[in-house]
Design a protein around this ligand. Structure first.
Ligand SMILES: O=C(O)C1=C[C@@H](OP(=O)(O)O)[C@@H](O)[C@H](O)C1
Ligand SMILES: C=C(OP(=O)(O)O)C(=O)O
Length: 406
């Protein structure tokens, strides 16, 4: 899809963004445990829809469930089905899902008594799961590959007889997602104690009827911060967001101050505007260990603004929808800039003038398409397989059109 930008007639934009897929997928598991949980404003993303479908599958006999590209759905439902007595499922996913590691979670579940077998490669989906009551109440797990393994254990913990204590080994990656899980559990009345290196989730069999409204997705809104940073003028009112967010990616508001974007929190929306007389820095350095999904957005903003950046804490990017470090290097260098990557960092040295008419490969990764789209404000470009955005944000291109990106 070829993209071009026409300065819109208005400088004031107003729109709404779909519910957070991370929050939605946590509450879907909790709803499966506690049926009197009522959910409003769920994400319309593919990743949420596949999890909804998986959880509503009839489990009379061995059922194959295809989770496509959805990492959270794969990890959360592995734990859920393992602890569901009597169920027999085969959990599979896309080619890339079959290359994304799950061994740490499977080992943890097995040590609690789960019956899980690998169908193809040791350590990777597809999995054959025979659900049964899990016994132990203590577990140690490596926390530096994906926080989703730990979230998966936390979400099923209330259904274990004595709850579960999870000891975190090694440096914890994507930590705010664990806090999000703890807050989701607390919001339905499950008691959680979290002291940094261990998490205790108490058992709970029933909850009071509860209605939860899912907050909009902060990772999705990052692309609008990037657009505004690259545009000459404008302000945006985007709903529904609150100052006290469950989502770690709400730090995008702080990060984009570096690029002259101010965030004002109104009752239920955010107002983004450009700071007056702002002078861009020559170089920024950020540790994104807590917010890995913002890395692509920030790297491309830097390319567009001509700001050198050194991003660290990126070791998990290699095992996401694609190897995002390699994908970023390949695509950013097409514009003439230089990118140096290691296993956990990215150093971008920008160029004054871009190569034009660049074709962006998206590698089946929604965030590659969405991170590069804002660059159209500066130069015409082409995004290959633009439909990948539906993994987290199906309405993405409609919203871009509102801003003048066609
Ligand atoms: O728990 C979650 O909802 C997520 C956790 C993060 O993954 P890792 O913990 O694997 O970094 C993040 O990248 C992903 O998009 C969503
Ligand atoms: C990494 C992501 O998702 P997941 O791991 O759930 O597939 C993402 O949405 O950027």
């Amino acid at each position: 899809m070829k993209l071009s930008f026409t300065t819109p007639k208005t400088e004031q934009f107003q729109f709404e963004i779909t519910g957070s897929k991370s929050i939605s997928n946590r509450y879907l598991i909790l709803q499966a445990l506690f049926p009197n949980l009522n959910l409003k404003g769920l994400s319309n993303s593919d990743d949420t829809q596949v999890l909804q479908k998986a959880l509503s599958a009839s489990l009379q006999e061995t059922t194959e469930i295809d989770i496509h590209h959805a990492g959270t759905a794969m990890r959360f439902s592995t734990a859920f089905f393992s602890a569901l007595p009597g169920c027999e499922v085969i959990l599979t996913g896309s080619q890339r899902m079959q290359e994304r590691p799950i061994g740490i979670l499977v080992e943890a579940l097995r040590s609690l008594g789960a019956d899980i077998q690998y169908i193809k490669n040791e350590g990777f989906p597809p999995l054959k799961i025979s659900g049964k009551p899990l016994q132990k109440e203590n577990i140690s797990i490596s926390a530096d590959v994906s926080s989703q393994y730990i979230t998966a254990l936390m979400l099923i913990a209330p259904s274990l007889k004595n709850g579960l204590t999870i000891h975190l080994e090694s440096k914890v990656t994507s930590k705010p997602y664990l806090k999000m899980t703890a807050q989701a559990l607390e919001s339905v009345g499950v008691h959680v104690e979290y002291d940094g290196n261990s998490i205790r989730v108490h058992s709970k069999t029933k909850i009071e009827p509860t209605t939860i409204s899912v907050e909009s997705d902060w990772s999705s809104v990052s692309y609008f911060y990037s657009c505004l940073a690259l545009m000459n003028a404008g302000n945006m009112n985007i709903s529904t967001f609150y100052k006290d967010s469950l989502q770690g990616d709400s730090r995008v508001a702080e990060f984009y101050q570096l690029f002259g974007i101010e965030t004002h929190f109104k009752t239920n929306f955010i107002q983004l505007s450009k700071m007056d007389n702002f002078k861009l820095p020559q170089k920024i350095e950020l540790d994104l260990n807590d917010t890995p999904d913002l890395a692509q957005t920030i790297a491309v903003s830097c390319l567009g603004l001509g700001v050198e950046c050194f991003l660290t804490g990126l070791h998990t990017l290699k095992v996401k929808e694609t190897d995002r470090l390699v994908a970023l290097k390949n695509e950013i260098e097409k514009f003439g800039a230089e990118v140096i990557i290691t296993d956990e960092s990215l150093h971008l040295k920008p160029v004054d003038e871009f190569n034009s008419e660049v074709k962006i490969e998206t590698y089946q990764d929604h965030r590659m398409a969405m991170a590069f789209a804002p660059l159209t404000v500066k130069t015409d470009l082409e995004i290959l397989n633009p439909e990948v955005v539906s993994k987290s944000f199906p309405d993405f291109w409609d919203k871009m059109r509102v801003l003048g990106i066609r």
